[in-house]
Design a protein around this ligand. Structure first.
Ligand SMILES: [Zn+2]
Length: 231
């Protein structure tokens, strides 16, 4: 086998290794990444807090109503007890009763309004909770899938690295070093030649160059400098 062919095979294996390593890094960055879950958890916590606040306001409104109702009951009892005879006192008491009734009506309206808001917030909390469950389930299954993919990739990589070692053992070290230097500059150090064209730079090669490349020596493309490999 020509050195160019061996180097080409090495390059194929190394490009595959690099591509697998890139995928592996991507997977590693996605593993444990749970922004979507955290975002919904935060949303849920805020909505739950709002619901608690509204329930607190609902209870205060109810206490206020109870308080006014008991004041009203006392005042009404007093008004209709017949114990008060003084007309001015009676008028004042009547005013007090009327005032308390107005205030209680207002508070009842307010309490109803808050109750509507409580219902709305409770429905929203339920919806977000169910959304969170779905997203968490998706996240768990995605994480499992990623872990499986990662294990498969690691196996593939170890096979490829074994292949790489076998190839490296066959090629003389100077050629490997030359290949490495060229790879640093061009990423692909070896270019296939197809129908007289260098696939590295797509330039048609002179006949003399093709003939030299056919020999066992390492010949570089006069245009892009890559090692030419005639399949
Ligand atoms: Zn070229």
């Amino acid at each position: 086998m020509s050195i160019a062919k061996q180097l080409y095979q090495l390059q194929e294996v190394e490009l595959e290794i690099e591509s697998n390593e890139r995928t592996l890094r991507q997977i590693a960055s996605q593993l444990g990444e749970n922004q979507a879950v955290v975002r919904i958890q935060t949303k849920l916590a805020l909505e739950q807090q709002r619901l608690e606040e509204l329930r607190g306001r609902q209870h205060s409104a109810e206490w206020e109503i109870d308080d006014i109702t008991s004041k009203l009951t006392t005042a009404e009892e007093e008004l209709y007890s017949g114990r008060i005879r003084n007309p001015k006192e009676l008028t004042n008491l009547q005013h007090e009763v009327d005032g308390l009734r107005v205030k209680r009506n207002q508070l009842e309206d307010k309490a109803l309004e808050i109750m509507d808001q409580v219902e709305f917030a409770a429905a929203s909390v339920a919806a977000i909770s169910s959304e969170l469950k779905t997203v968490e389930a998706e996240w768990h299954s995605q994480q499992q899938q990623l872990s499986t993919e990662m294990e498969q990739l690691k196996t593939t990589l170890s096979d490829l690295e074994h292949k790489q070692q076998l190839l490296l053992a066959k090629i003389n070290p100077q050629s490997v070093e030359f290949y490495r230097e060229l790879k640093k500059q061009k990423r692909q150090a070896v270019a296939r030649v197809e129908q007289g064209i260098c696939r590295g730079c797509r330039i048609s090669l002179p006949v003399a160059e093709l003939q030299r490349a056919r020999s066992d020596n390492l010949v570089q493309c006069s245009s892009c400098g890559r090692i030419l490999f005639l399949a």
